[in-house]
Design a protein around this ligand. Structure first.
Ligand SMILES: Cc1cc2nc3c(=O)[nH]c(=O)nc-3n(C[C@H](O)[C@H](O)[C@H](O)COP(=O)(O)OP(=O)(O)OC[C@H]3O[C@@H](n4cnc5c(N)ncnc54)[C@H](O)[C@@H]3O)c2cc1C
Length: 324
């Protein structure tokens, strides 16, 4: 890392990622009068931007993800937080007391503390029409979207614990849930399989996969392929929930902080990583429930712990300068 570092690029804290975890951390840090920058590789908001309607954020009955992102962004800015949108972090040197971050345009930022909130993404089927109907009939989150399918007939794709447990939870809303799974057996705990099999609203199509999504404005039907015979049939449906895994956006953090076998960032209860002064929050950490509310909670804890760390660092250096 080279010469482009200067005083104005030094912050008390750098937050990597502008989703709800990062924006919350930005709000808390800036309000604590700490010089803070949030670096977001796109428009701030993270996965919230993809969300047509958020109806489970306490205190707000219903709001679009875009609107909620905008409010969080304005709140952070009001307290003086700097937001660098459309900038990706491509390099990090976090080991020393001064942390260094390299952006995609080559600029270097430094800080006393860093909060990692890169979020993640659901694994997709990668079939024609999937991108078009994401949020318009195709969902990756039952807690978020289940209610929108009340009284409807839907498909669930997947055969692990998430797929089976979420299929059962979706029967609270949908009249019929068809689980489509590519193998002839499930990769789930026996209790989850039994619960799904015992639910009269759930039926199964094994060794089958959805290979195309159709509709005009919203999803209307899917092509389902029998993987044994190769035969394809079209089925009308109001919705498809896809639960085939989750990928944290931590590729750039490999060899930098400790990740678990699923590439999730390992943190303690203060959201501290294995490196002093480096914290992590939101969907990218080791956790089970990934929601805006949980990301906001993690972001709060990480920011408070980072504030405390920065305070101790400043106190230590003041003490050192007085005793010299
Ligand atoms: C379609 C959909 C609907 C949802 N609906 C709901 C809902 O109704 N209610 C609810 O509570 N939750 C919902 N969720 C889940 C919720 O959006 C997430 O749990 C939450 O956004 C996670 O927040 P985060 O800040 O941890 O990560 P993210 O929101 O993923 O934000 C992380 C950001 O960091 C960026 N980033 C990654 N790497 C870098 C890098 N190197 N440099 C700079 N930036 C980087 C990412 O691109 C992203 O913009 C939904 C999710 C989806 C996909």
């Amino acid at each position: 890392m080279t010469s482009q570092m200067n005083e104005s690029n030094h912050f008390d804290a750098i937050v990597i990622g502008g989703g709800p975890a990062g924006l919350t951390a930005g709000i808390y840090l800036s309000r604590a009068r700490l010089r803070t920058v949030i670096i977001s590789d796109g428009v701030p908001g993270g996965q919230m931007i993809l969300t047509h309607e958020i109806a489970n954020y306490p205190g707000v009955e219903s709001i679009s993800g875009y609107q909620l992102s905008n409010i969080m962004k304005m709140q952070a800015k009001k307290f003086g937080c700097v937001i660098r949108a459309n900038s990706e972090v491509t390099g990090l040197n976090l080991e020393g007391e001064v942390k260094e971050i390299v952006l995609s345009d080559g600029q270097i930022y430094t800080a006393d503390s860093v909060i990692l909130t890169p979020g993640g993404r659901s694994r997709t089927l990668n079939m024609p029409g999937e991108a078009k109907f994401k949020g318009r009939g195709i969902s990756y989150c039952a807690t978020c979207d289940g209610d929108f399918f009340t009284g409807k007939e839907i498909f669930v794709v997947g055969g692990g614990n998430s797929a089976l447990e979420e299929a059962v939870s979706l029967t609270k809303y949908a009249t019929k849930v068809t689980i489509a799974h590519q193998f002839d057996h499930f990769q789930a705990f026996e209790y989850a399989v039994e619960e799904a099999k015992g639910n009269p609203k759930i039926n199964f199509v094994m060794e089958s996969s959805i290979v195309r999504f159709y509709g005009k404005e919203k999803l209307e039907s899917v092509d389902l392929k029998d993987l044994k015979t190769g035969e394809i049939n079209n089925f009308r449906t109001d919705g498809v929930f896809i639960f085939i895994g989750y990928v944290p956006n931590t590729e750039f953090l490999k060899e930098v902080v400790t990740l678990n076998q699923w590439n999730e960032i390992v943190v303690d209860t203060d959201m501290a990583t294995n490196i002093p002064g480096v914290f992590a929050a939101g969907d990218s950490i080791v956790k089970r429930y990934r929601q805006v509310t949980t990301a906001v909670g993690d972001g709060t804890i990480a920011a408070l712990a980072a504030s405390n760390y920065i305070h101790q660092l400043k106190t230590k250096s003041l003490h050192e300068s007085l005793t010299q």
